[in-house]
Design a protein around this ligand. Structure first.
Ligand code: FAD
Length: 468
């Protein structure tokens, strides 16, 4: 080894647990940035290979902005695989929210995420697109993280730095200098960070949501429902569930669903099913006759879903975590703040997280020895700035998604009787999620980090307080 090589400090080993949307987005962005010279990024993904489970995403403007900040390749990966909802690229499209039952049935109260060339994408297509941007060998498949241990000193590295030891279900282990847990709603990293017994660790289905869902070919769907809803994203609201469709895979498949809040169906049916919200077999049958007072278009979609509910699932979210980091471990995406899908912003929040972490790693000319330096505590301060900036906003979106669910179910304080009030609510809330200054958030995190490095104490406040 030459003397110059000997003086080079070892790269900072950054482990990302979970190669889903946020983990891969961050890995792709970091490995393409100048900081790749200081960083050795490894993603440990639980599954041996990705499976298409038919989940579809409509990414709102804040997600598009976050991808642009992570790198043009990421945004391109999305645009290349996503389906334009309209026939023409420059047609303005939105998620159309309307009342489907009651005296105002048929009234449109919101057009969420309105934009030209609006698209939707299958989760599996987005994951595949991001995976292709990550250098080969970066993602280790079949590595389900089961145990984390932080030790004061490395045993196998160069013996000078604290390390994070990772143990996987397959019996193997790995070492890292820091760990980002992007391991989804049932995150092992969250359990380690908060403690297995912490009340916010496990996801909960607070309002007892059941999401009946079907996946059909667009061709078949067009014969049974208004073809308009095979190229648009409708949300048709009502007290026995809201109805939603998302076109997938370049408009060859349609994911259609009915989301029912609480025990409303059990109360209405003679279902003797056991009351176990976590067991898909215990759900009452979706009975289209219970929707006879919904608009005809909504009823058509209910009948389509009821014919095959095999893609159904139970929704859940996280109560607020008191922190997203400790020492050299932090949480990213759903691991930090899983939300109900009703605000359509979970992946967008995960991408905003990744954008902030990427900005922190790339904004300052940090060397590998800076990152390793225990006294400077660079990595801890980065995670602190990330936590301060991201926690209030992402947790506000968790609350907002719950509230959207109540509004969709006509369970929010008479709002469904007043379409004007409903319109004002959706306008304000969609501005909060979609029109957000994502770049400004990155800049704020970097400023905060620089302040912490100079010994300034943050005020502990991030952005993103939810409007009342
Ligand atoms: P995930 O994408 O869930 O990835 C987590 C990864 O970690 C997975 O690959 C998993 O295999 C892996 N993993 C899990 N445990 C371990 C472990 N112990 N060790 C290693 N790896 C592990 N969001 C939107 O913005 N718009 C939408 O329209 C939208 N629609 C949705 C519709 C549905 C039906 C659902 C369920 C969600 C929707 N969301 C939407 C939310 C969005 O899918 C999530 O917020 C997003 O996937 C979060 O990304 P993530 O990377 O944090 O987690």
């Amino acid at each position: 080894m030459s003397p110059t090589q000997q003086q080079q400090p070892a790269k900072f080993r950054l482990a990302i647990a979970g190669g889903g949307i946020s983990g891969l987005a961050l890995a792709a962005a970091l490995t393409k940035s100048s900081c790749h010279k200081q960083l050795a990024v490894t993603v440990y993904e639980a599954v041996p290979e990705y499976k298409d489970v038919g989940a579809g995403l409509a990414l709102h403007l804040n997600a598009i902005k976050a991808m642009a900040l992570l790198g043009p390749e990421l945004q391109r990966a999305y645009f290349e695989r996503a389906l334009t909802m309209a026939a023409e690229e420059d047609t303005e499209m939105a998620t159309t929210v309307m009342l489907a039952q009651g005296p105002h049935a048929g009234t449109v109260v919101a057009e969420l995420g309105k934009a030209k060339g609006r698209k939707s994408i299958a989760r599996s297509d987005l994951v595949q697109g991001f995976l292709e941007l990550v250098p080969e060998g970066t993602v280790k498949f079949g590595k389900r993280l089961v145990e984390i241990e932080e030790t004061a000193e490395s045993t196998s590295h160069d013996g000078r730095h604290p390390v994070v030891k990772l143990s996987f279900k397959d019996g193997t282990t790995a070492e890292a200098d820091a760990l980002i847990g992007a391991d989804g709603i049932h995150s092992a990293t969250r359990s380690y960070l908060l403690g297995a017994d912490h009340p916010a660790t496990q996801p909960k289905n607070h309002d007892g949501w059941i999401v009946y869902r079907t996946l059909v070919s667009t061709e078949e769907a067009r014969k049974k429902i208004n073809p308009r809803w095979t190229t648009n994203v409708p949300i048709m609201m009502g007290p026995r569930g809201h109805i939603n469709c998302i076109p997938l895979s370049k408009n060859t498949r349609l994911s259609a669903g009915v989301a029912v809040r609480g025990n409303v169906l059990r109360a209405l049916t003679s279902s003797a099913a056991p009351d176990d919200d976590d067991d898909p077999q215990s759900k009452p049958e979706l009975d289209p006759s219970l929707y006879a007072d919904y608009t005809e278009e909504a009823q058509q979609i209910v009948r389509l879903v009821a014919a095959d509910t095999s893609a159904s699932w139970t929704a859940a979210d996280h109560d607020h975590a008191p922190t997203y980091h400790r020492g050299r471990v932090c949480l990213l995406g759903d691991a930090a703040h899983a939300s109900l899908p009703f605000a359509g912003n979970g992946a967008a929040q995960a991408l905003e997280d990744a954008a902030v972490l990427h900005a922190l790693f790339t904004s300052s000319p940090l060397s590998a020895s800076d990152l390793h330096d225990e006294e400077k505590g660079v990595i801890e301060k980065m995670f602190e700035a990330y936590d301060t900036v991201r926690r209030p906003r992402s947790q506000a979106v968790v609350d907002l998604a719950r509230r959207f669910g109540r509004v969709y179910a006509y369970a929010e304080d008479g709002m469904h009787e007043d379409p004007v009030r409903m319109k004002a609510f959706f306008a304000e809330m969609s501005a909060f999620t979609n029109q957000f200054d994502v770049r400004g958030q990155n800049e704020e995190a970097v400023r905060m980090f620089e302040g912490l490095m100079m010994g300034r104490v943050g005020d502990g406040k991030g952005r993103g307080e939810l409007p009342n």
